[in-house]
Structures are given as C-alpha cells and as structure tokens.
Design a protein around this ligand. Structure first.
Ligand SMILES: Cc1cc2nc3c(=O)[nH]c(=O)nc-3n(C[C@H](O)[C@H](O)[C@H](O)COP(=O)(O)OP(=O)(O)OC[C@H]3O[C@@H](n4cnc5c(N)ncnc54)[C@H](O)[C@@H]3O)c2cc1C
Length: 377
C-alpha cells in the first residue's frame, strides 16, 4: 500500500487530491488522505466583492466533502506535526504514515507583528473580517479611508488595489466620493509589484484622484492619533483603516524544519519538491517561490504535482515541470478588468481593460466550483 497524504483542503489541496484520484482511480493499493479541518470550502476571491457589498455571502461556500472524488479519504481535523525523518504526520495524537506528502496549508494572517494594528484595522482577507468591513462601509459617509498593505508577501497581489479602485467606483456611484478621501499605502517603490502593469493602474489612480504613498513601510499604528506611522517617520491619518495584515507560513512547517524565516516552505521552483526531501511537495501559498500567492498558481501547480506523484506511483519515469504560470484577474471598477497572464520567463501581455475580463472575474466562482475543483480543465 502506498499512502499519499495532503495537508490543507483549500484551493491547492482540494484540486491536487481530486487530480490524484482521477489519475489513480483504479489503483486498489493507493490511499489518498486529505486533512482539511473546515467543513466548508471558501472561494476566497469573492471576499473582495463581499466586503464592498457586491456579492452575497451564500455564494462562496461549498461542503468540502461534496467537492471530493470518492477515492479521497477526508479527515476533518488539522495536522499538528510533521515528522519528515520518519515520514508521518500527527493529527489528534494519531500517526499517519506517508510515502508522498503534499503540503497545501496556505498562509496565515499575523496582525500582531505590527504594533497597534490588531483591533484598529479592517480587512477582507477572511470571512468575518470581510463581513465587518462591509457593515462599516455601509455606514461610512465622510472622512479619510486609508487602504493598502502592511507587509510583503501577501495573497493575491492586486486585491488591495482592486479594493481601492472598486471603493472609489462605489463611492462615486452613490454620490459620496467628494466627502471621502482615499489614500493607498504600499511598501515597495511603486503601487504594484508587476512593473509593466503599473502605468495602467497609476493612470486610474491619478484620474480618479486617489492619493498614494509608495515605499511606505508600516512601523506601527497609533490608534489615539488615528495615524499609520512608517519606518522613516512619515505618517498618514485615517478615519477608517483597511490594511492587509502581514502573512506568514504555518507553524507546522517551521516546526518540521522545512520553512524559511517566514515559515514558507523551500521548494524547487520547477519540481515543487522540498529541497531535502523529494517525497514532500509544496503547493500554493505555503511555499516561498518567487510567484504570486494566488489560487491560479496553486491550480497550475496541482497538475505538475498530481502528474509527477501518480507517474512515480505507477512506475512511469516521466516528470513535468512548473513554469511559473500565474493568472491574476484584476478589477478596476466601471465593470472593467484586466487579466494578467505570466510565467517565469514572460511578463504579462495584452493589458487592455475590458468588460469581458470583468465578467470573467465575476463568474470565475462558478467555474471554480463546477470544474476547477474537480481537476477538470
Ligand atoms: C480577498 C482575496 C482575494 C483573492 N483573489 C484572488 C484572485 O482573484 N485570483 C487568485 O488566483 N487568487 C486570489 N486569492 C488568493 C487565493 O485565494 C489563494 O492564493 C489560494 O486560496 C491559495 O491556495 P492554497 O491551497 O495555497 O491555500 P488556501 O486555499 O488558503 O488553503 C489552505 C488550507 O490549509 C488549511 N490548513 C492550514 N493549516 C493546516 C493544518 N495544520 N492542517 C490541516 N489543514 C491546514 C487551511 O485551513 C486552509 O483551508 C485571493 C485571496 C483573497 C484573501
């Protein structure tokens, strides 16, 4: 019997489990086990729309069990430790041996890393925070909203920018923009990470009168003065603060000795295998690869991992590589969007905002739950 264990039932873990099950459905001596503590699977991109009252909370959840191929054995509890030397994981005191391990544990939000941030900030990177922000924005009629990012890396690089542009669009639609000032702060020296996209987005900011401060590395938040303070002493005042909190990898990765200083797994950028343990693979946000932390990345990587593990199990001596493929759908408001497609060797191309791209983003949820999760094209 060969045991394949997957930790984490988000985008990467679920799709890799189903792709493995599709490839190995007739193999009686293969077990595929997925540890996924949450009963419901969430489609995280919709949190952006939810926080702005542009989507219904009921759209974004599905029962994890119902998303899975019957060959996948779902265990709805967390993994507490990984023993990489003896090849087992521990969950609720029980050992589960593996021959292949896929780590798909995503990122965790750590607001406490920035003094004053927790309790004084708003964001839309988890369900309850997105709902709270939605409710606050419903009542916000006048003042200064500061948006942006507290620290890198973070999930879905365009999301804070999309939030800012959509917020501007919504405020204009409701005739509130003249009484609300928007300022965006970002830790690198431009408003976005991908340089050939910056001119398009900066033009949107400039024409819509959205102020921005780049190279603004947040040191702390002063809730008494309602100020965000940068490392160099620069300050920005807010009435409502919407900063994406710092992200780190999961503690079990660091505890297993396979994480860098941020708790992100070090994997080979092509094979996605852990540097010192070829039977361990990392997928999606959990890794320290030089790619966006995005569901599309986890999706592209799932094909590589499922193919290479199933070939190894079946004794087929052929491997494929991950080429850095990434897709970022970026909303800019006014029912327009951009689709950024790129990989390790090519920057994004075809950058023309369109209504079609906007519709693709809005309806991607349906594709995600109807096809993508099952490992279908
Ligand atoms: C607001 C927002 C908008 C986004 N928009 C986009 C977008 O437009 N396009 C895009 O491509 N991406 C987008 N993303 C990013 C995308 O959602 C993530 O990159 C993607 O979900 C990563 O998949 P993953 O499997 O690596 O991690 P996740 O989907 O986060 O799953 C990780 C899972 O691991 C589980 N886990 C953690 N620790 C353990 C443990 N010890 N034991 C068992 N399970 C564990 C967690 O419970 C979680 O379910 C967005 C994200 C947010 C927050």
């Amino acid at each position: 019997m060969k045991n394949i264990v997957i930790i984490g039932g988000g985008t990467g873990g679920t799709v890799v489990a189903n792709r493995l099950a599709n490839r190995l459905y007739d193999q009686k001596d293969i077990s595929i086990t997925l540890f996924a503590p949450e009963k419901n699977h969430i489609y995280q991109p919709d949190l952006l729309f939810l926080s702005l009252d542009l989507s219904d909370p009921r759209r974004m959840f599905r029962d994890e069990q119902k998303l899975l191929n019957k060959k996948v054995n779902l265990i709805q509890q967390p993994v507490d430790a990984i023993n990489v030397d003896n090849k087992f994981v521990i969950s609720k005191g029980k050992k589960y041996a593996y021959d292949y391990l896929v780590i798909a544990t995503g990122a965790r939000l750590v607001p406490d890393l920035i003094p004053g941030l927790a309790g004084n900030n708003n964001h839309f990177y988890d369900y309850s925070s997105a709902m709270q922000l939605r409710d606050k924005l419903r009542g916000f009629k006048k003042g200064v909203i500061v948006t942006g990012v507290a620290d890198v890396p973070y999930k879905c690089p365009p999301a804070p920018l999309e939030f800012t542009l959509l917020l501007d669009y919504k405020l204009r639609k409701y005739g509130l923009r003249s009484s609300v000032d928007l300022t965006y702060i970002y830790p690198i020296n431009s408003i976005f990470t991908i340089q050939n996209v910056v001119p398009i987005l900066q033009k949107e900011y400039d024409t819509r009168n959205i102020a921005y401060k780049t190279f603004f590395i947040v040191d702390h938040v002063d809730p008494e003065k309602h100020e965000v303070v940068a490392m160099d002493g620069e300050t920005v005042k807010y009435d409502l603060l919407v900063l994406i909190p710092p992200h780190r990898g999961q503690q079990i990765i660091s505890d297993a000795g396979i994480g860098d200083e941020g708790g992100w797994m070090s994997v080979d950028k092509y094979t996605l295998q852990e540097k010192n343990h070829e039977e361990i693979y990392g997928i999606g946000d959990a890794t320290n690869l030089p790619v966006s932390k995005a569901g599309s990345v986890a999706h592209f990587q799932s094909g590589v991992i499922a193919n290479n593990i199933s070939n190894s199990v079946l004794g087929i001596d052929e491997k494929i590589n991950y080429d850095g493929s990434t897709m970022c759908m970026t909303e800019i408001g006014y029912d327009k969007g951009l689709i950024l497609l790129f990989d390790y060797s090519h920057p994004p191309y075809g950058l023309i905002p369109s209504r079609l791209n906007h519709l693709a983003k809005v309806f991607y949820l349906d594709y995600y739950f109807a096809n993508m999760m099952y490992g279908l094209p």
